[in-house]
Design a binder for this molecule. Structure first.
Ligand SMILES: [Zn+2]
Length: 279
């Protein structure tokens, strides 16, 4: 017996669809069948165990396997019926050609012991549902926002801020919404026109791919919290490469708001840097 699990709406091409991205807190209705092999026709009754999981490896720059930074992210919950209890594993006898489950993307509320209900932890990871009869099949998806894009280096800035928590690469910490990305770009252009000797600025953390908790302490605890939605950027101040002089930091903040259209900006300490954030 083989087994299928897939999107109800794409049932005929289901095994071939690319991994979808589900927005946090959205619900996806999926179907599950036991099918005979060869032939692919539904076979029932069959005993099924459905389990949700998340990959214990790095995905989308968010996690890292191994003892240094293990993946503490449990899986999304699902309901075996439209109004049933949320579970992470469910075994039952399927006595019909197919059944449906309701996946709540990013819902981890009932997972002990960490119960990381903070929504910022729920975003950005690749996860899966596996369904096992005599053999198992799985369905991969990702929880995240699809309006967060890679922001490349430009003549106006260099990338800084790579950390071991996020693969020692500046490829993972420079993602933003288009509105925020254009905001910091207009800000940088205006600021460099006024202070041409600055040359460039150094842009530090924005957001991770698909958003979500940005781990800066290696503990996967909420911090750096306002970088979870792709609407904020940190800019270097001080003596590092292309750091903005202390004396000009407040002017940069003003430029973020007045020229870049930011919701607010401020000079933050420990470490000293500028934070600008958009709506
Ligand atoms: Zn910040």
């Amino acid at each position: 017996m083989a087994l299928l699990i897939g999107l109800l709406s794409t049932v005929t091409v289901m095994p071939l669809v690319a991994q979808p991205t589900y927005a946090p807190n959205s619900t996806a209705m999926l179907y599950v069948s036991c099918v005979g092999w060869p032939g692919g026709n539904p076979v029932y009754p069959c005993f099924l165990i459905i389990t949700s999981g998340s990959y214990a490896v790095t995905s989308n720059g968010h996690t890292r396997s191994g003892s240094y930074h293990p993946t503490p992210i449990p899986s999304s919950a699902f309901r075996p019926s439209s109004n049933g209890t949320q579970v992470h594993s469910y075994g039952f006898i399927l006595d019909a050609p197919q059944t449906y489950i309701w996946l709540k993307a990013g819902e981890r509320a009932d997972v002990p012991p960490n119960a990381p209900t903070d929504i910022r932890r729920m975003i950005g990871h690749d996860e899966y549902l596996s369904a096992c009869a005599q053999i198992c099949s799985s369905y991969s998806y990702r929880v995240g926002w699809t309006d967060i894009y890679w922001v490349e280096e430009k003549p106006e800035w260099i990338h800084v801020g790579q950390t071991p928590q996020h693969q020692n690469s500046n490829s993972y910490n420079h993602w933003m919404t288009s509105q925020a990305a254009y905001g910091i770009w207009y800000t940088a252009k205006a600021f460099l026109l006024r202070f041409p000797s600055q040359g460039k600025i150094a842009v530090n953390d924005m957001a991770l791919p698909y958003g979500g908790l940005f781990d800066i302490a290696g503990q996967w605890e909420p911090s750096h919290w306002n970088h979870y939605r792709g609407k904020a950027v940190d800019v270097a101040v001080g003596s590092g490469a292309y750091g903005i002089p202390d004396s000009n930091a407040n002017t940069f903040v003003d430029t973020c708001v007045l020229t870049g259209g930011a919701m607010y900006g401020q000079v933050e300490t420990t470490p000293l840097h500028i934070h600008c954030e958009w709506y």
